[in-house]
Design a protein around this ligand. Sequence first.
Ligand SMILES: [Fe+2]
Length: 245
Amino acid sequence: MIDVHSHILPGIDDGARDLEEALEMARLAVADGIRVMVATPHLFKHKSVDLDAINEKRVILEHIDIFRDRLAAEGIALEILPGCDVPLSVDALSLLAEDRVLTVNDGKRYLLLELPHFSIPPSLEDICFRLQSRGLTPIITHPERQPLIKERPDRLGRLIDLGCLAQLTAGSLTGGFGRRVAKVSRQLVKKGYIHLLASDTHNTRGRPPMLSKAVSELSKLVGPEQARAMVTLIPEKIIRGEPAP
Ligand SMILES: [Fe+2]
């Protein structure tokens, strides 16, 4: 399986605390059947917009080099690719225009985009359209946890109509974020709004790097073949920069 959303790089955001935890997360991922993981630290180290603590492309690539060496030294067969978890904000869009933000696998084709938690800007469709016209497809991360989309799933539907993709978080389907989020997750899947499943792992316990249990849940909704595609064929196209799904 391929996991396109993870906070496995140590000491760079609110994900893995240190190298030990990051290695343990990698071992758990491999045991769960994950062979490729896109490391996607938050663009702003402290989550809120802070222009003095930016996980820009150069910073993430340096961390990835070091982490790949550690994985090889430990004999852990997990391939790590570069990426970034980008919050939708004016500053993030400016940094993106300056080519300081990592797209998925640095392919300049797909961008992980997290919607603001408490509001959705009226210009969201316009922003997505502009990104698309530059050849960059936004992947909306965990829409099932966005309060407004919980109330109005059609807002996500409009983005999908514009060509955006959407990524569901594994823990949302398996109850890790509560019953309401699990219910919304199922609704979004049934409406056909979800293209990808990812772990969005932050640690070994509360938010572990595991997909298989959620794939089983997903199979009940869309059948085993489509559920499998959401962690294999579709993310594979995305990391290669090919049209998906
Ligand atoms: Fe994330």
